[in-house]
Write a protein of this length. Structure first.
Length: 180
């Protein structure tokens, strides 16, 4: 049975330290202007009862990814493990994928002219018995986890149920879940 990877991000624990983003940049050899992980701060309440939530976003690894549907060369595709990937050798930089991504998760590599995104550290996941992504390993607050969404006994599946985690916009197509 094939693993279908997903991620859980607990924004109640995230302090916005950007360690996950820096780790991702290093893992994927991105320059300082490229990032697969973006941060939004959301302030709620009224003075004096104000709170701030840090929401890291990235490619949501959609089951039926709109970016893969519009890619004219097949550079963006979905593997059996659920990870949406980009074949840089096939990408022509047309940016159709950027236009249709509802999460603004695509990044242009200005050196190559191609478009890229979170790879969910596919090479690491495939090589390890205990799958992990660099952003998960680097998280100082342990507010990220990755695992098999199709295995109800996996740690991630149990955590999603325990914390009533949901996708960012309620999109059932997305495979990144949030505790908020």
């Amino acid at each position: 049975m094939m693993t279908r990877y997903g991620m859980l991000i607990n924004t109640l624990e995230c302090v916005g330290c950007y360690t996950c983003r820096v780790s991702c940049q290093r893992q994927n050899t991105l320059n300082h202007k490229e990032d697969f992980i973006k941060f939004t701060e959301k302030e709620t309440g009224t003075y004096p009862d104000v709170s701030t939530e840090v929401v890291p976003t990235q490619c949501m690894q959609c089951d039926d990814a709109p970016c893969a549907k519009v890619c004219p060369t097949g550079a963006t595709y979905i593997k059996d493990d659920g990870i949406v990937r980009v074949d840089q050798d096939k990408c022509i930089g047309c940016k159709y994928c950027m236009v249709v991504c509802p999460y603004n998760a695509r990044v242009v590599n200005y050196e190559t002219g191609t478009v890229d995104k979170c790879r969910m550290c596919a090479a690491e996941l495939a090589a390890n018995d205990t799958p992990n992504c660099s952003c998960v390993s680097a998280c100082l607050m342990d507010c990220r986890m990755v695992g098999d969404l199709d295995d109800p006994e996996s740690d991630i599946s149990k955590a999603i149920v325990k914390h009533h985690a949901k996708t960012l916009t309620g999109d059932k197509n997305a495979n990144i879940y949030y505790v908020r």
